[in-house]
Design a binder for this molecule. Sequence first.
Ligand code: G3H
Ligand code: ZN
Length: 287
Amino acid sequence: MPLAATGELVARAAARHGAVAAFNVITLEHIEAVVAAAETAGTPVILQVSENAVRFHGGRLAPLAAAAVRSAEPSTVPVALHLDHVKSGDLLRRAADCGFSSVMYDAAHLPYAENVAATRDAAAWAHAAGLWLEAELGEVGGKDGRGPLAAHAPGARTEPAEARRFVTETGVDALAVAIGSSHAMTSRDARLDHDLLGALHEALDVPLVLHGSSGVPDDELRRAVAGGITKVNIGTALNIAMTAAVRAHLAGDERTVDPRSYLAAGRRAVTEAAGRLLPTIAAARVG
Ligand code: G3H
Ligand code: ZN
């Protein structure tokens, strides 16, 4: 099936009061594993490539993007391609040529007025290029190896009235909100502020995105989707699964030299991890 558009997958998920999972992919094995998991689950999925992953590939976007496009095309379920946590204007401008239908432009670290100005420019450019643009207000902590923000630290929670103003002033298509999750958690014990999510859902008419979802346990994910989250970003959970499987495989056979043996184990573990999360995230709201 041809590549799907992120905006359409999110809109469809919103219409049935569910969400779409967006998995961060770093290697070809991540891509293959996530597509396989989505096919087995029978759910649409978003493959997302972060600016950090592009840096890992020597600043080149096209090779991994091409792998994602080529892996998505024969898929039996809709697959969209999203460029994630972009701070570089140059990288933003390369998205449209590589198969991406959407970008998350991340200026959340900037003071409000600067975030608005930078995001407004990014959204104007994206829309002219036919791309759907997600931005962030309030800051989901744990980025780039930094620790989680304390709950009452400035920006640690997205304020609904400010978020409403931000969406109007920037014209973004979706908003990543800070409601208690944090990036790169290796334990699944984050507790979300569901009252705040309710207020944000009430105040905004754009889809809401949950970042740092690896640390959010299933019951909290379900409540978040029921409460209005329509895109759920997951990265670390896949890497935990892949690394543990590779480590176990290598420890079990110290003579292995063929990378296919441990990469296959890692890929299988990613498929299983994504497969466990997909039904929870896709779930439609009950009642
Ligand atoms: O944008 C990517 C996500 O927010 C991933 O966060 O690695 O903590 O799951 P995570
Ligand atoms: Zn994120």
